[in-house]
Design a binder for this molecule. Structure first.
Ligand code: S3P
Length: 186
């Protein structure tokens, strides 16, 4: 049996959840779905859970209630998810780790993986996307650069594993996550 398979089997046996963080467009949901499939677990996307709870899209929550209300909902959702008994892979909204209290909650929730991405890659991936209210502006690339710069420290400070995803194929990203979490003891 190869080292990768051994790592994957040990991940399946671990008590921890996997928590994916990173900027918009880094692939949290796509990677989370594949990883959860391999681990035979559920993938939970916090944006989707909040949309279901509120009965409206993230864009509508931002437009009608404002960003602060959305951020408070994210914190409350993390508190609920910590109580959950079943293990899973969690894909978080890109801004969740910005609140210090959320970073503490993330660490409690499971092994935290930061999927790091360059601003130019985000821009290319999300050109034309209309679902991210924070990027609906005149100069999205500048906004992406600014937000990543502001958030980088928050992302790094709560990550157990950091994977640079820009040019990396999906299977390699998954291998790095599994190997990294095992090495970190999470
Ligand atoms: C946000 C990221 C979005 C969503 C909301 C705010 C952010 O999630 O939570 O639009 O502040 O970076 P994704 O990272 O899944 O796009």
């Amino acid at each position: 049996m190869g080292d990768k398979e051994v790592d994957m089997i040990q991940m399946k046996g671990s008590k921890n959840n996997v928590v994916l963080i990173g900027f918009m467009g880094c692939g949290k949901t796509t990677i989370g779905t594949k990883l959860a499939f391999l681990l035979k677990q559920e993938c939970l996307d916090t944006d989707k859970l909040l949309e279901k709870k509120c009965g409206k899209s993230v864009s509508s929550i931002f437009a009608e209630e404002g960003e602060e209300v959305f951020r408070q909902m994210e914190t409350e959702l993390l508190q609920e998810l910590i109580q959950r008994k079943r293990k899973g892979v969690f894909s978080l909204g890109g801004g969740t780790p910005v609140r210090p209290e959320n970073r503490a909650l993330l660490k409690e929730l499971g092994g935290v993986v930061y999927l790091r991405i360059r601003p130019e890659t985000v821009y290319e991936r999300l050109k034309g996307d209309v679902t991210r209210p924070l990027l609906r502006c005149e100069n999205p690339l500048e906004r992406i650069k600014q937000l990543i710069k502001e958030r980088e420290e928050a992302y790094c400070s709560c990550a157990d594993v950091i994977v640079d995803v820009d040019e990396m194929p999906m299977d390699d990203i998954i291998d790095e996550i599994v190997f990294g979490l095992r090495k970190s003891g999470r």
